[in-house]
Design a binder for this molecule. Structure first.
Ligand SMILES: N[C@@H](CCC(=O)N[C@@H](CS)C(=O)NCC(=O)O)C(=O)O
Length: 202
């Protein structure tokens, strides 16, 4: 197996953290996003959407979408469990993962893409949309804070893929100047604890 990936990207980091939590060693192929290597025909054969990360399996087939990659790895390496171990906890993990992705990760990504214009050579950008996305991302944080006031981790008592998704977006949000509300005691407690994990600090 090998992972097509790009250093410094939030989706690449999601898979990096997941691999580290599982203790899986993986060969990586760095893809030059700035240079548009991911847009070339050769790369589109492995992901028609031209995005990283992409996991190449030993039979030569490919998987993209960070969570699909993590789910595959979860089945191959069930320990430690990061997708919930009972129907109830698995559903909580799914619910909070989707909430974190749609209400925060995606908004942060849209802020990055539309404000910085990093990918303006390949897509239309709208600074106004970027600013709206920045605000929408910030507005979601008190909801996550309230949740983290009820449980140690986002999806309950156990650390999961939902924490990885929210934390990668949270760290990236600071880099793209999302106005993080000042009164998020539970998010702060959770973030400090995750930052101590070797997988997050690597
Ligand atoms: N939904 C995809 C998103 C993948 C994605 O947007 N990757 C970014 C890097 S974080 C990328 O490849 N960008 C290159 C581009 O847009 O040209 C996932 O979860 O993996």
């Amino acid at each position: 197996m090998q992972l097509y990936w790009a250093q410094g990207t939030p989706n690449g980091r999601r898979v990096d953290i997941f691999l580290a939590e599982k203790g899986i060693e993986m060969a990586r192929v760095n893809v030059d996003l700035r240079g548009g290597e991911n847009l070339r025909e050769e790369f589109r054969k492995i992901n028609p959407f031209g995005r990283v990360p992409v996991l190449q399996l030993d039979d030569g087939s490919h998987l993209s979408e960070s969570v699909a990659i993590c789910r595959y790895l979860e089945n191959q390496h069930p320990d430690p469990c990061l997708f919930g171990s009972t129907p109830e906890t698995a559903a909580q993990v799914e619910m909070w993962s989707r909430r974190a992705e749609m209400n925060f990760f995606l908004q942060v990504a849209m802020a990055f893409r539309n404000i910085t214009g990093f990918f303006k050579d390949r897509e239309k950008v709208s600074p106004e949309w970027g600013e709206i996305s920045q605000e929408t991302a910030a507005q979601a944080l008190p909801i996550f804070d309230a949740r983290l006031g009820e449980s140690e981790y986002l999806a309950g008592d156990a650390f999961s893929i939902a924490d990885i998704t929210l934390c990668c977006a949270y760290d990236f949000a600071k880099a793209v100047k999302v106005q993080i509300p000042t009164d998020l005691p539970n998010v702060n407690r959770w973030h400090a604890a995750l930052s101590e994990r070797p997988s997050f600090s690597a």
